[in-house]
Structure formats: structure tokens, C-alpha cells
Design a protein around this ligand. Structure first.
Ligand code: PRP
Ligand code: URA
Length: 215
């Protein structure tokens, strides 16, 4: 799957700053502290793109010189949902740009041998029907975790969901679109394939371990 074959609901945010920072993150010699900082910086750039089509309205305000109908975001507050653990690496930067967003957390890990996702935590703000959800996870590998997270959000009432990751595999994109065709997907890179342990190639390794120095 190359970029020209992607459906309209998939956006690869291949801005030069994103690509440069991602290259530094992929490098196995990059230490955790730098990896964390780069992910935070990239999340600001991804946030800009993922928020591009948020619904707008206008409000009458007075500038020091005149009254005007000025554009503002419409509707209830946004919800940023971090898929634990690695989603937290994208969360702070997103909150820098959207400081009044509510935050949800979904705990999911992949069972080592089967790669089956296991959900262990779920907490999101009330009133999901009327909110826009941005779901964050740096890695979309087999797609199992993302599919389960979105399914759980829909079950809890969420209707407008966008999925935001750093590196996606073709299998992961296909599986997420197959299960949830209404969910737009944003990624900084679409990588080649998965290895036999379900890791993205070339990828950047285990995002949680690299973020938190657990290996
Ligand atoms: C990683 C990653 C995703 C998942 C992607 O989490 O952060 O959540 O794998 O893989 P998938 O698309 O094949 O489901 P991991 O299972 O390592 O959990 P952790 O962040 O708690 O270490
Ligand atoms: N999870 C990760 O953290 N990295 C991968 O490459 C695949 C799943």
C-alpha cells in the first residue's frame, strides 16, 4: 500500500518537520529523554492537521476598533483519548494546543504470543455523544488495539472519532478501516510491513519501552 492507494479517510502528515523528527525517533541510539521530547514536538504538528476540519461557528466580539463576527470552535469540548501506555507520549503536546480538551484513558496491551489486545482500563468523560474524540497511539501495527479502543468508545456513546498515530503498517490501516470505516486515520508515516512478532518494519521499536525506558 503506497500513499497513492490510500483511501480519502487516511491522511499521511508528511510535513518536513514531522519527517525529520521521526527519523531521529527511529534511530535506536536516541535516548528516552530525547525520544519523549521529539514525540511531544511531533504531536503539536499532528494536532494541527487532525483539527483541520473541526466544526466552526461564529461569535460576535468587539476588537478595540470594531465589532465583528469572529470564528470559534463549535460544540462541546474535545476529548483526547490516550491508549496506554504509549499514547501518553502524544497527549501532552495535544493538550498544549487544545488546553481545555477533556482527557480519556484506555488501557490496552498486546498479549505477547497471540498479539491479542487485552483491555484493562477504560475511563472517558461523560456526554460522549456530542463530543469530538481524538484517539492517540503512536503505533498502529496489527490494528487490534486500535480497533478494540474505537469499539469500546463507540459502545460508550462516542460518535465522532479520529485516530491519530505516528507510524502505521498497511495491515493496521486495513484492519482499522475495515472495522471502523467512519473513523479518519492520521499518521506521520506508513511503513513497509510487520515482522513475525507483530512489530512494524522499519518502525521505531517498542514505543512504550522507548518512551519510558522499560527495556
Ligand atoms: C503497543 C502500541 C499499541 C499497540 C499496537 O502497545 O502502543 O497500543 O502496541 O499494536 P497492535 O496494532 O498490533 O495492536 P503495547 O501492547 O506494547 O502496550 P504498552 O504500551 O502498554 O507497552
Ligand atoms: N507496538 C509497538 O510499540 N511497536 C511496534 O512496532 C508494534 C507494536
Amino acid at each position: 500500500m503506497d500513499k497513492t492507494q490510500l483511501p480519502k479517510t487516511v491522511t499521511v502528515v508528511d510535513h518536513p518537520l514531522v519527517l525529520h523528527k521521526l527519523t531521529l525517533m527511529r534511530d535506536k541510539h536516541t535516548p528516552s529523554a530525547v525520544f519523549r521530547q521529539l514525540l511531544r514536538e511531533i504531536s503539536l504538528l499532528l494536532a494541527y492537521e487532525v483539527a483541520r476540519d473541526l466544526p466552526m461557528t461564529t461569535q460576535t466580539i468587539e476588537t478595540p476598533l470594531a465589532e465583528m463576527e469572529a470564528p470559534i470552535l463549535k460544540g462541546k469540548k474535545l476529548v483526547i483519548v490516550s491508549i496506554l501506555r504509549a499514547g501518553n507520549g502524544l497527549l501532552e503536546g495535544m493538550l498544549d494546543l487544545m488546553p481545555s480538551a477533556r482527557v480519556g484513558h484506555i488501557g490496552i496491551y498486546r498479549e505477547h504470543d497471540t498479539l491479542t489486545p487485552v483491555e484493562y482500563y477504560f475511563k472517558i468523560p461523560a456526554g460522549g455523544e456530542a463530543r469530538d474524540f481524538f484517539v492517540l497511539d503512536p503505533m498502529l501495527a496489527t490494528g487490534g488495539s486500535a480497533v478494540d479502543a474505537v469499539t469500546a468508545l463507540k459502545r460508550a456513546g462516542a460518535q465522532r472519532i479520529r485516530f491519530l498515530c505516528l507510524v502505521a503498517s498497511p495491515d493496521g490501516v486495513r484492519r482499522l478501516l475495515g472495522a471502523h470505516p467512519d473513523v479518519p486515520v492520521y499518521a506521520a508515516a506508513l511503513d513497509r510491513t510487520l515482522n513475525d512478532k507483530g512489530y512494524i518494519l522499519p518502525g521505531l521499536g517498542d514505543a512504550g519501552d522507548r518512551l519510558f525506558g522499560t527495556r
